[in-house]
Ligand binder design. Structure first.
Ligand code: ZN
Length: 300
């Protein structure tokens, strides 16, 4: 039989068939020798070993359109990174690291700022400005709120695609999944477990601990991934020379730097740093660049 791996947990792969049945499968032993790890999102061929218990063995992984290392998923069309406008405040340094990793893996990424209703002052204006030239589409939504405009736009972006979703815990990812599926948190048969926000710690009580693909109706396919608190971009992802490729907003200025191999850190008359000073490049984006740059080791 054929199906799609929708969940991988403790050595078991949960394979969903076109008719909606889910089989709990082991991977065939030979995969190890072939250096193949089945991933959530994989299309596979499996053999049913017990039809009544819906148990089987995955025998073959179909050719992948793509596969990501972090998070480990296959066959995705785009990534969606979710942060809250407030509570908790967005950690733009982590956001920028995520964008850099997706860019490295050639995955188009959209940024979703949830809890739009909690925005104060220039919150939204500032975030819009910081990411307008990042190469990512930005959405502001209130999942579970009355304002549905942002959600509708977001649903259009997600429709018909397989989207891998990431973000720290407590930003409302589960609520977002439920809203996109048209189900309320309180409804029975909800697609995701929603962790209630504890106001004291500002994060969700329950967190996702594994990658899982949710089919929300026929048009929305979202792979939820464990919430992260930090992300490391290292020399396997970028060198000190290539890191600037992760920041598309540098592109109009890079060639104007007097030094051909300018890293835009402390070189004289650097056009990128000039653009930051003139407000043409976001200060927070540039600071993320500098921070990651400092963490990347030089390869010998
Ligand atoms: Zn420069």
């Amino acid at each position: 039989m054929e199906g799609k791996i929708v969940k991988a947990l403790s050595g078991f792969y949960y394979v969903k068939t076109a008719t909606g049945n889910v089989y709990e499968c082991r991977a065939k032993g030979a995969f190890k020798n072939e250096n193949i790890t089945p991933l959530v999102g994989d299309n596979c061929v499996f053999q049913v070993t017990d039809a009544k218990e819906k148990v089987g063995v995955v025998n073959e992984i179909k050719e992948r359109k793509n596969s990501l290392i972090r998070p480990a998923v296959a066959n995705v069309d785009q990534a969606m990174v979710v942060f809250a406008v407030r509570t908790p405040n967005p950690n733009l340094s982590i956001l920028d690291r995520f964008l850099a990793l997706m860019k490295k893996q050639n995955i188009p990424t959209i940024i979703v700022f949830n809890k739009r209703d909690l925005a104060k002052g220039d919150d939204i204006k500032d975030l819009k400005k910081a990411y307008k030239d990042s190469g990512c589409k930005v959405f502001f939504v209130t999942a579970g709120g009355d304002k549905t405009d942002g959600i509708m736009k977001l649903k259009l972006q997600l429709r018909g695609k397989v989207t891998v979703m990431a973000g720290p815990s407590g930003v409302g990812k589960s609520t977002l999944i439920n809203v996109i599926s048209g189900k309320k948190d309180t409804e029975e048969g909800q697609v995701a477990t929603v962790g209630a926000i504890s106001s004291k710690v500002g994060r969700g009580k329950q967190t996702t601990r594994h990658n899982e693909l949710f089919d929300l109706g026929s048009s929305y396919h979202i792979i939820d991934t464990p919430g992260f608190t930090s992300l490391l971009v290292n020399e396997d992802d970028y060198t000190k020379e290539t890191l600037q490729d992760a920041f598309p907003e540098f592109a109009p200025y890079r060639d104007k730097c007097p030094f051909k191999d300018c890293k835009h850190i402390k070189e004289r008359d650097c056009a990128v740093r000039d653009a930051v000073e003139q407000g043409k490049i976001s200060v927070s984006r540039y600071n993320s660049y500098k921070a990651i740059f400092g963490e990347i080791k030089t390869k010998y």
